[in-house]
Design a protein around this ligand. Structure first.
Ligand SMILES: *[C@@H]1O[C@H](CO)[C@@H](O)[C@H](O)[C@H]1NC(C)=O
Ligand SMILES: *[C@@H]1O[C@H](CO)[C@@H](O)[C@H](O)[C@H]1NC(C)=O
Length: 369
């Protein structure tokens, strides 16, 4: 048996030596300053929240592998990978070495060009990748990635997290809006979570607590990281230039009263202003739960206007109501759970992009630069 194994190994070695020599590679530590991290990363370093990831700018890239550590979701985490701003392609990765084989024929023709690789976790759960290092071909060069000036921060629940979508958050309206405007985008959206800091559909905290933590509420279901840590907002580079909030569905489901909701939302905005002193904040009204008979189940009707008016009356002129009434109808949702489907998310993204154009995003951008 041993002899047979040796023999087989020899044959394999002979065959292998006749093919092209194995290209030499270089390992880039997760500490390399040219890795541009976005979203929420703990110190391992590992991701939390759908949409967190990193970007690389690489000259002469031919091969790419991610070497992931033990805190990566087992058996796998779904990631989206985009090469040179093309569509995100879906990969499953696990602890250990993960070769990313997107660099096929379309790539080799541009092998002299500088390439931008963008990678993010797609799931609202099972979304932890623990980056140890990145393996590149040795004759590549890792260049600094220069982030965009425009930088969106989205805050929400399942309606923003891409729950039920095949590619998760990568197909959700916040992600699509960010891509449309070629912006940096961070998405903190937790399915089932209320804004109020209450237990809701498996979440031990609400968004008014969790947004300020590194971890999403999935922490509670892990055995290796069953705790949260404060998020250091100075790690968001560049700081968000626009804040978009769509929340309240789960507060309504949990019976949070109108008055309580106004209070918790107003307090949340006050706290956000300590991080984002002047940035425009966009408060979405609910588009509601579309029914097969054409009716829409609404919640907290009129309250979002009151919340925005309170800010305005208090002297904060940079909080805007986004009235999403009529944006989502029954064909735009999965019939069994009334969450937007893939075309539904694209439709919502289109509506909000148009809304931002009318609002004056372009001229606001010019002010930023
Ligand atoms: C990732 O794994 C899931 C679960 O096994 C599977 O359904 C899906 O097709 C896989 N995706 C890819 C791109 O391999
Ligand atoms: C996490 O800790 C809490 C107590 O703080 C416990 O109730 C829960 O079961 C723990 N989760 C796991 C997966 O062990």
């Amino acid at each position: 048996m041993v002899a047979l194994f040796l023999c087989f190994t020899l044959i394999f070695a002979t065959v292998a030596s006749k093919t092209a020599p194995r290209p030499s590679t270089v390992d880039i530590s997760y500490r390399h300053p040219h890795i541009y991290y976005h979203g929420r990363w703990d110190t391992s370093p590992g991701t939390w929240w759908a949409g967190s990831g990193f970007k690389l700018h690489i000259k002469n890239l031919h091969s790419l592998a991610l070497n992931l550590g033990p805190f990566t979701t087992s058996p796998l985490a779904a990631v989206g990978v985009s090469l040179n701003y093309q569509d995100f392609v879906n990969f499953n990765v696990s602890a250990g070495a993960n070769h990313i084989p997107i660099l096929g024929s379309s790539f080799s023709s541009q092998s002299e060009a500088n390439n931008v690789i963008r990678i993010n976790v797609q799931g609202w759960q099972n979304n932890r990748i623990n980056l140890n290092s990145i393996t590149l071909n040795a004759d590549s060069e890792l260049l600094p990635y220069v982030p965009e000036e425009l930088s969106f921060q989205f805050i929400g629940d399942s309606l923003s997290a891409g729950q039920f979508l095949p590619q998760g958050v990568d197909q959700a309206w916040p992600f699509l809006v960010g891509e449309h405007f070629k912006a940096e985008h961070r998405i903190n959206a937790q399915p089932g979570a209320a804004l109020s800091d209450i237990v809701s559909f498996g979440n031990v905290h609400g968004i008014s607590y969790q947004f300020f933590r590194t971890e999403d509420t999935g922490f509670y279901y892990t055995t290796d990281h069953n705790f949260t840590t404060p998020w250091d907002f100075s790690r968001d580079r560049p700081a968000a230039t626009h804040i978009i909030i769509h929340i309240g569905a789960n507060d309504a489901s949990q019976g949070v009263s109108n008055d309580e909701f106004i209070t918790v939302y107003s307090d949340f905005l006050t706290r956000l202003r300590t991080i984002y002193p002047r940035q425009p904040i966009f408060v979405f009204t609910p588009w509601g739960w579309p029914n097969a008979d054409g009716t829409i189940g609404q919640y907290y009707a009129g309250l979002y206007q009151i919340i925005v008016d309170k800010r305005t009356q208090g002297g904060d002129k940079n909080v805007f109501l986004v009235d999403t009434t009529g944006w989502v109808t029954f064909p735009d949702v999965f019939p069994d759970n009334q969450h937007p489907n893939v075309p539904g998310h694209a439709k919502i993204a289109g509506k909000f992009e148009e809304w931002l154009r009318v609002w004056g995003l372009k001229s606001h951008l010019n002010d930023l630069v």
